[in-house]
Every structure is written in C-alpha cells, then in structure tokens.
Ligand binder design. Structure first.
Ligand code: SF4
Ligand code: SF4
Length: 146
C-alpha cells in the first residue's frame, strides 16, 4: 500500500524549491501542489513502500499503510528519524506498543567510499567473478569449476 500525506501536518517544506519528500523518493512520486502547498503521492500504485519519504519528512506528515501481512488493520509502523538513529514505533492491534532504535549510519554523510575501498575494475565481463572478488573474500584468487 502506498504512502500518503496527512495534509493537516504538511507545510510544503516551507515553500522550499524542492521538498524533502520530492528529493528523497527514488521513484519521483511525491509532488507539491503549489496552490495548497501540500505534497501528495502522484502515482500511489508505483509506490514500493520504501518509507524514505516517511523518514525524511520533518513534520511527520507522511505515513504508509502497510500490507496486512506485516501491519494488520488497526496497527501502525512509524519511523522517527534523528541525526544518528531511527526509532521505529510499532503499534499492535491490541494497543501494545514496541519501540526499536537502530543507528542509521556509522560513516559521516558524504564520506562513504562506494566500493568500500576495494578495487572495482574488472576486465573480463564474461567470467563468473564478481566485482571486488577475490579481495573482498580475502582470497588470493577465485577458485572456479573448470
Ligand atoms: Fe510536506 Fe513532509 Fe513532503 Fe515536506 S516532506 S512537502 S512537510 S509531506
Ligand atoms: Fe516514494 Fe518510497 Fe515514499 Fe513510496 S514510500 S512515495 S516509493 S519515497
């Protein structure tokens, strides 16, 4: 089920050029209605419930109605992002609440090395050796069936 915007809470990211939810959606689904200054999911059926917009919205104006197999009717799953962690609040149908806190990054923003420091050059695209092998496996070479 897709994300949806709680319009009473959305402030259009205070009229910034590109809103936080527009910026973060990997599928370019979130748009801002410039008249009402409220965001909305323009193509809900294309939403894959990645929760990125939910996590980034500064005023917690976006929610995802999760599929019934992990969020039965009446239950909610809500992430709350801080600078270094996300607090997930899970509300069960019977009202029970559980909270889980997870760190969101161990490397300062913009400092991550995409390849993890391993060489990424790979001359032969026709063999079965993957990028970063054999170094990432701490082998001197890959052993394959002849
Ligand atoms: Fe509205 Fe939140 Fe989207 Fe900003 S990130 S436009 S406040 S829904
Ligand atoms: Fe886009 Fe993910 Fe939000 Fe769906 S849940 S609108 S895919 S950011």
């Amino acid at each position: 089920m897709p994300s949806f915007v709680i319009t009473e809470k959305c402030d259009g990211c205070k009229a910034l050029d590109k809103t936080a939810c527009q910026y973060v959606c990997p599928n370019d689904l979130m748009v801002l209605n410039k008249d009402s200054m409220k965001a909305y999911n323009q193509e809900p059926e294309m939403c894959w419930e990645c929760y990125s917009c939910v996590k980034i919205c500064p005023v917690q104006a976006i929610e995802v109605r999760g599929y019934a197999d992990f969020v039965p009717m009446g239950a909610t799953v809500t992430p709350m992002r801080s600078t270094d962690a996300i607090m997930w609040t899970v509300k069960f149908r019977n009202g029970m609440l559980k909270r889980f806190k997870f760190p969101i990054r161990t490397t300062e923003e913009g400092k991550a090395v995409p390849s993890g420091g391993y060489a990424t050059a790979h001359d032969n695209l026709n063999d079965c050796i993957l990028a970063q092998e054999p170094e990432a496996l701490k082998l001197d070479k890959m052993y394959t069936l002849k």
